[in-house]
Design a protein around this ligand. Structure first.
Ligand code: MLT
Ligand code: ZN
Length: 447
């Protein structure tokens, strides 16, 4: 059956774009941290929405499921095969439309990387608001499907707030195109709203109409040392009052130390000198250094402009890679209402101390959203109970088990505990009506 399907897919996209060789498939069959992997029937690389539609129709006829894949930088196993699926790579959807300066919008193909999109917007004097470390590889389609967040959510919101419309192909091969980008329209529920965060389980997103934001060229950052996490959270009201506030990131000492060590750079502040470090970034049309420096008068911190600021970002962006270089961590992405962050981290520390006393906890994240990336290295057999403990603690504190990475296959068994049976029943009903045969990313999001 699969030889027949492969031959049909070759007819649709051309021989060169159906990859069957095991060595070539390998890069599509595992994620970038090499935590999640499976074997694909083949990798197919369409270039147009109608080719995607034809691929879905062929796969449906052959009863072979499809795993849509963008930059494959996900952290929850949502973009790699589990066993025998067709990987639908969106790499060839790299078209970028002209920047619409009047509307502050642009249309981008699903395979456009976040970095290319930022560069494209900046060439027109604008910027794309969502940004995080994997920008060079992560794609627009993946960002839509996971409702990516990153460091600038405090100013511009998540991916959901940037999506003005999209084009998507459904399991039955129908194509819906809504790329007009009308800021005002009340004609039924929002298709984009439904698909953002759906992790490739409802449709294949092929193009997206995106909001652009001003490009603030004047920047200044700071690293602030805090004696406690509560003190770090206590900075937020004053930080939010800064008109130029662009990012408020959290680095716990182990994260700062690990990233600096991996990059072989001197830490801007001694990691042992504080319980938590807050990285503040400001960006504006006029130099924001003054207002940031004023804030620092009462704090223990360093101002970082120009190359120093770039170094701060290099350190921040390197934390995940530095952790990965030490081993395969238990990696969680929890968030709680920010006033409960201190409680969450106290519980996380107690869980690690009790369940895996020799393990190393490396935590960092996005302070303004109460979003912590809890990484535990060397948890061994305690990994499953630690994971359940941390996820349970986040929910009990009114938080979430997925702030920006998605549910994937990693946390699908926890979705109902987070959302409750009624909400999950609604999600299942939507899935059933749009993808009745379970063709799209089975096992992801909904078990
Ligand atoms: C980050 O904030 O750097 C990313 O979400 C990656 C991660 O959590 O490891
Ligand atoms: Zn993050």
């Amino acid at each position: 059956m699969s030889a027949r399907l492969v031959s049909r897919l070759r007819d649709v996209v051309g021989d060169a774009h159906v990859l069957t060789d095991a060595d070539v498939r390998a890069g599509y069959e595992t994620d970038w941290l090499r935590k999640w992997h499976g074997t694909a029937c083949c990798v197919v690389r369409p270039a147009t929405a109608s080719e995607v539609a034809a691929v879905l129709v062929e796969c449906s006829a052959a009863s072979v499921a499809v795993v849509p894949q963008g930059g494959n930088t996900g952290l929850v196993g949502g973009s790699v095969p589990r066993g025998g699926e067709v990987v639908l790579s969106m790499q060839r959807f790299t078209a970028l439309g002209a920047v619409d300066g009047a509307a502050h919008q642009v249309t981008a193909g699903a395979g456009v990387t976040i970095e290319s999109l930022q560069r494209h917007a900046r060439a027109a004097g604008l910027d794309f608001a969502v940004d995080w470390g994997a920008r060079a590889t992560a794609t627009v389609g993946g960002a839509v499907n996971t409702n990516a967040g990153g460091s600038r959510v405090v100013r511009f919101g998540t991916m959901r707030a940037q999506v003005m419309g999209l084009q998507a192909v459904f399991a039955d091969g129908s194509v819906v195109t809504q790329l007009d980008g009308l800021p005002k329209e009340t004609a039924g529920p929002s298709l984009a709203g439904l698909l953002v965060g759906s992790e490739g389980t409802l449709a294949v997103v092929t193009a997206v109409r995106l909001r652009l934001v001003p490009w603030y060229r004047e920047t200044a950052a700071a690293l602030v040392a805090c004696d406690s996490l509560a003190q770090a959270v206590g900075l937020l009201p004053r930080l939010r009052a800064l008109a130029s506030l662009d990012a408020v990131e959290l680095l716990l000492p182990e994260a700062l130390s690990l990233a600096c060590h991996a990059l072989d750079v001197a830490p801007p502040l001694d990691p042992a000198s504080a319980a938590a470090f807050v990285m503040v970034d400001c960006a504006a049309h006029d130099d924001p250094q003054g207002e940031l420096a004023e804030l620092l008068i009462d704090e223990r911190g360093v101002l970082a402009v120009g190359a120093q600021r770039e170094l701060l970002y290099r350190i921040r962006d390197h934390v995940t890679i530095a952790i990965g270089a030490r081993g395969m961590p238990l990696k969680l992405d929890v968030a709680v209402p920010v006033h409960r962050l201190d409680e969450l981290m106290a519980q996380v520390r107690a869980l690690v101390a009790n369940l895996a006393p020799t393990a190393q906890l490396v935590a960092f994240g996005h302070l303004a959203e109460g979003n912590v990336h809890v990484n535990v290295l060397g948890a061994g057999e305690a990994e499953a109970s630690l994971r359940d403990g941390v996820l349970g603690a986040a929910i009990a504190l009114g938080g979430t088990i997925s702030a920006e990475h998605g549910i994937g296959i990693a946390k699908a068994d926890w979705l109902e505990r987070l959302k409750g049976p009624a909400a999950v029943a609604v999600m299942r009903a939507v899935k059933q009506s749009l993808d009745p045969h379970g063709m799209l990313n089975p096992g992801v999001l909904l078990t």
